[in-house]
Design a protein around this ligand. Structure first.
Ligand SMILES: NC(=O)c1ccc[n+]([C@@H]2O[C@H](COP(=O)([O-])OP(=O)(O)OC[C@H]3O[C@@H](n4cnc5c(N)ncnc54)[C@H](OP(=O)(O)O)[C@@H]3O)[C@@H](O)[C@H]2O)c1
Length: 316
């Protein structure tokens, strides 16, 4: 994109954020508020950043929020702070990389609440900033962002409570994981095509892609292959999350009325958090907005298998 193109894109983004700021002032009407103070929303990695903001905003809309974090002290202190503001927030430890932690969380949420209505998979890691592109931590990045998200979804789906409004799963992802991203995509055209075609998309295909990257990282051959050029391991992990979101939407599509589960993903934008070294062009509050908007979509507008940014659907 040339200098002028970048300038125009920036102006469009600023304009859209102004529009969203206006939209956020409009309160939800009673007919659109499908949730209540009994609606249970679980947010992973919510002790800071975008996850914290999603938890705070959902609680501000009157939901019961389970704020989870891998570090119990940090998570508890964060939840205490939100409760101090009068919000209905409870802390529970959850490390998305730790099978025992997931198991114990799943039992607890089932015993205490009879399950959950909303799951936000926000926990994530990225070890690169700026122009860096090291794959030193590729295994951890894939294990947290993709495998962790997948494991949490698989384990918690049976605990999702029946509801006439449908229960909801949201994966916090990134435009860096777009199949046909203009500047950052997998070079293999066949793989791109397979990822986009419903009858080719499978868990084996997605797992195969991430395994292939990790194998090449071990062999030291990844750089000469056609992987996304920016934050390679992170971009592939988010491409996997996006593809898995579409796959799960299809798997969940046949559930009967009253047992529907809607699953979507979104990109929060470039947000000033610890992950970006506090660089970015949006605050965590703004970055959380589209996520909260998708989760709270009125029942008639609820949708599944989509990718969003700035309160609009975008292409995978
Ligand atoms: N910031 C951006 O520009 C941007 C853009 C696109 C997408 N995203 C996505 O947004 C999400 C939140 O990122 P952020 O920017 O808010 O970054 P952040 O401030 O670094 O927050 C990441 C959160 O994930 C938690 N986490 C990491 N590994 C975990 C694990 N194994 N189990 C449970 N929690 C774990 C972290 O916990 P600790 O505090 O214990 O480390 C932290 O709470 C991520 O999925 C990220 O990929 C961010």
């Amino acid at each position: 994109m040339g200098k002028q193109g970048k300038q125009r894109a920036k102006e469009r983004r600023v304009q859209r954020l102004l529009e969203i700021a206006e939209l956020r002032k409009i309160p939800y009407s009673p007919v659109d508020r499908w949730w209540s103070s009994e609606t249970v929303a679980v947010v992973t990695g919510a002790n800071r950043g975008i996850g914290y903001e999603i938890a705070r905003q959902l609680a501000s809309h009157g939901l019961c929020v389970i704020l989870t974090a891998r570090d119990a002290d940090r998570g508890r202190a964060t939840a205490d702070g939100l409760r101090g503001e009068g919000l209905n927030v409870e802390f529970r430890q959850l490390d998305v990389m730790d099978a025992d932690s997931i198991k114990s969380f799943t039992k607890w949420v089932g015993d205490k609440y009879g399950g959950l209505d909303i799951l936000v998979n926000n926990a994530g890691v990225n070890f690169n900033t700026g122009a860096d592109n090291s794959v030193e931590f590729a295994e951890k990045v894939i294990a947290t962002n993709y495998v962790g998200t997948k494991r949490i979804i698989e384990t918690l789906i049976p605990k999702m409570r029946p509801s006439s409004s449908g229960s909801r799963i949201l994966n916090v992802s990134s435009r860096l994981g777009r199949v046909n991203g203009r500047r950052n995509r997998v070079g293999n055209a066949t793989l791109r095509e397979q990822l986009l075609k419903d009858d080719c998309l499978s868990e084996e295909l997605i797992d195969g892609m991430v395994t292939n990257l990790l194998h090449q990282v071990k062999e030291g051959t990844w750089a000469s292959n056609d992987w996304p050029q920016m934050f390679t391991d992170y971009s592939v992990s988010k491409l996997a999350v996006n593809s898995y979101t579409r796959l799960m939407a299809r798997r969940l599509a046949d559930r009967p009325e009253g047992h529907k589960i809607y699953i979507n993903c979104y990109c929060p934008g470039w947000v000033k958090t610890a992950m970006t070294g506090w660089e970015g062009n949006a605050t965590p509050e703004v970055g959380a907005d589209t996520g909260v908007w998708i989760i709270l979509l009125p029942s008639q507008q609820a949708t599944t298998g989509k990718f969003f940014a700035e309160r609009r659907e975008i292409s995978f």
